[in-house]
Design a protein around this ligand. Structure first.
Ligand code: GLA
Length: 686
């Protein structure tokens, strides 16, 4: 995808940010473009919120300003990720067409005056979107500056209106065929909820007490699909005009309302917006996990950071600025995990509007500010990295581990009225991912129905609700593998089927023959319960299971200590079935305990020669080896501890050779690559 120079994202790291020229006068545009050039910016996202400028009154269009900006950018060699402006319809739309406004669960109308007030279920909204997108595409498809299209912005709208109710019913009929099947799936024999005609079905609007979990689950499925329909309608308009067009939209990490596992195959580039909380010293763990998710969703397609903050955001209650070294570490963590684009929100700080206190690449204080200087330094560093990564020789890497995560099952763990509300699947995933990070193990975050054949181990931190296909896939990787790939299963897994109906019997019922255990009780806990694993004690977090061993091949790896309440004392907390190589964890454990477990369970082929020091992130990839120091201390790393491939390594940023070891100052990071064979080196140095 390039119109100028080397193709961005595939061969050059894209660097830039959201650009909102409609907030500025033409003389500032020129200054902006000059500053962008100095900062190494090669991509801007344009027009995300420009609908009211492009169509100031219904059917009356003004593209002249955008023409000028696009041409100025192109003349400077800056590529454009052109947005369809449909995230924020102009005020006239709400006034003339109130049916375009979303309604929340208690019927409150979402009004204009902010953004994202549209209902994805509104046909009127969708017709107007189609018109503006068609105009935009007619005008700019094939424009030499446009390398990518950005549909809408951060999809996430759910709507409970009557029009949405109608669409929901149609979606249900398509999914289930008959009303009988819907009643069955939702278990409506409970509490007199049985529907006698389809028209009685409404979205899960505000109700006196707990709402049927099947209704909630299907409404989430429907809402995600409905937004996807909106995305696809616009994508197809773009594709019709330009079949080669690269089309994306921006994800928001682990953003529950949109099932990114369903969406990802429909995007040409996976793009993510990420805003880690600078007050959380461990935010690098979740940042790394989110990057891992994006790389995994991309499945070989390019992925990029579409938005991050250079320093502070404005939307938390107390906006601690993000240190510039943290932004650099987060950026390099993304690059290390395969990102080939790093962009910011936004280019120039707004002086008016709700985001006037959000940081930007050009802050109010101007280009001499430390912030803007850091933007220039990062731009130059990424430019160097682009060339070096492109030419690096391949490195030997450990085998990957699959971390199984299912969006729908995540929704199900967010339902009220479970044994505890402390079993959110994303949080449990984070514990396991942190343990893998500590071990320096590279993982992919995959859906339970994704192919698992290439992995050296399959870890299922939590899969509360498992479809027959998911179960068959997990069983397959155990039963088909000739070398017994370990299957490591976390608590509260395979408790329910894909409708959310609980399996009867000793849990995890559909996997109990693999684990060789029988689950008797779920036991939510307060603090103070411990397990003993090979003489080491670890605290249990919030939740335990009372289980017994049923197979001769299953041994107890850890047990609850003698003072544990609820008849847990002495009972297994972690088991291993040597016949199937299946590990089962009957407690929610901290990353410390999980690290201990994974050390025992993972094959050595997945591991670095040694574990990285605490707080140091080591990412091993075929083109590079990244070492990121998230601590405030110097860290000395012996190369022999992080790679088996120590020949000809050099620092991608400085070009300095690295032999034997490297020392990283506090909060510093480096990316190492292997020099290519001599004939290619010439080109690299050219
Ligand atoms: C989101 C939006 C941007 C901006 C930033 C602020 O990511 O997409 O338009 O509002 O948040 O952090």
């Amino acid at each position: 995808m390039h119109r100028t120079g080397q193709p961005l994202l595939t061969h050059r790291i894209a660097y830039g940010g959201d650009y909102n020229p409609e907030q500025w006068s033409p003389d500032i545009w020129r200054e902006d473009i000059e500053l962008m050039t100095h900062a190494g910016v090669n991509l801007v996202t344009l027009g995300v919120f420009s609908w009211a400028c492009l169509e100031p009154r219904p059917g009356e269009y003004d593209f002249a300003w955008l023409d000028e900006v696009m041409n100025l950018l192109h003349a400077a060699g800056i590529c454009v990720d052109l947005a369809t402006p449909t995230a924020s319809p102009p005020p006239w739309m709400g006034r003339l067409h109130p049916d375009t406004l979303a309604r929340n669960a208690d019927g409150t109308t979402m009004h204009w005056g902010s953004r994202n007030h549209f209902s994805p279920a509104s046909q009127t909204y969708r017709d107007h979107s189609e018109r503006i997108v068609t105009r935009l595409v007619e005008r700019y498809a094939g424009h030499p500056a446009v390398v990518m299209w950005h549909v809408g912005n951060e999809y996430g709208q759910m709507c409970y209106s009557d029009e949405s109710a109608e669409r929901f019913r149609a979606w249900l009929v398509k999914r289930y065929g008959t009303l009988e099947a819907i009643n069955e799936a939702w278990g409506t024999a409970f509490w007199s909820q049985r529907y006698s005609t389809i028209d009685e079905i409404i979205p899960p609007r505000t109700a006196p007490y707990l709402i049927n979990p099947g209704l909630n689950l299907d409404f989430r499925r429907y809402s995600s699909d409905l937004m996807l329909e909106c995305f696809l309608e616009q994508r197809d308009i773009i594709r019709q005009a330009d079949p080669q067009a690269v089309v994306t939209t921006n994800f928001m990490g682990f953003f529950a309302p949109v099932n990114y596992q369903h969406w990802a195959p429909h995007l040409d580039v996976i793009a993510d917006d990420i805003y880690p909380d600078p007050s959380d010293p461990d935010s690098w763990h979740t940042t790394a996990m989110t990057h891992t998710l994006m790389r995994s969703l991309a499945r070989g397609k390019p992925w990029m950071i579409m938005e991050q903050a250079i320093t502070a955001v404005n939307w938390r209650a107390h906006n601690v600025p993000k240190p510039l070294h943290q932004t650099r570490r987060e950026t390099l963590s993304a690059i290390a995990r395969g990102a080939r684009g790093v962009c910011f929100f936004q280019w120039r700080a707004s002086t008016a509007g709700s985001e006037r206190f959000h940081s930007a690449m050009v802050p109010h204080q101007g280009p001499t500010s430390a912030t803007h200087q850091a933007i220039r330094a990062l731009g130059s560093e990424l430019d160097t990295l682009s060339t070096v990564l492109e030419n690096a020789a391949p490195l030997a890497t450990p085998q990957r581990v699959a971390l199984v995560f299912d969006w729908e099952s995540w929704w199900a763990t967010q339902e009220p009225a479970l044994p505890t509300n402390r079993l959110d699947a994303r949080d449990i995933l984070a514990d396991w991912h942190t343990a893998l990070l500590r071990l320096g193990v590279t993982s992919d975050i995959v859906a339970p129905t994704d192919p698992l054949g290439e992995y050296a181990a399959v870890v299922v931190p939590n899969l509360y609700q498992a479809s027959p296909q998911a179960l068959a896939n997990l069983r397959d990787c155990v039963e088909r593998s000739d070398h017994l790939v370990p299957l490591i299963v976390g608590p509260f897994t395979a408790v329910a089927d894909h409708h959310g109906h609980i399996h009867r019997g000793g849990f995890p019922v559909p996997l109990a023959d693999l684990t060789g255990t029988h689950g008797n009780d779920w036991v939510p806990l307060e603090a103070g319960v411990n397990i003993d694993m090979a003489g080491a004690q670890y605290a249990v977090a919030d939740f335990a299971e009372h289980i017994t061993v049923t197979s001769d091949l299953t041994t107890t790896i850890a047990h609850f200590t003698d003072d544990a309440p609820h008849d847990l004392a002495g009972h297994p907390a972690i088991t291993h079935n040597a016949g199937t190589n299946t590990w089962y964890c009957a407690a929610r454990l901290s990353p410390d305990a999980l690290t201990h477990l994974l050390r025992a369970a993972l094959p050595s082929s997945t591991r670095l020669p040694a574990e990285p020091p605490h707080g140091v992130d080591v990412v091993s990839a075929p083109t590079h080896l990244a070492v990121i120091n998230h601590t405030n201390e110097h860290q000395r790393i012996a190369l022999a501890d992080i790679t088996t491939d120590q020949q000809n390594l050099f620092c991608a940023m400085t070009g300095a050779p690295v032999e034997d070891s490297l020392t990283l100052p506090p909060y510093d990071a480096t990316i190492l690559v292997a020099a290519p064979a001599v004939s290619e080196t010439k080109e690299l140095n050219a």
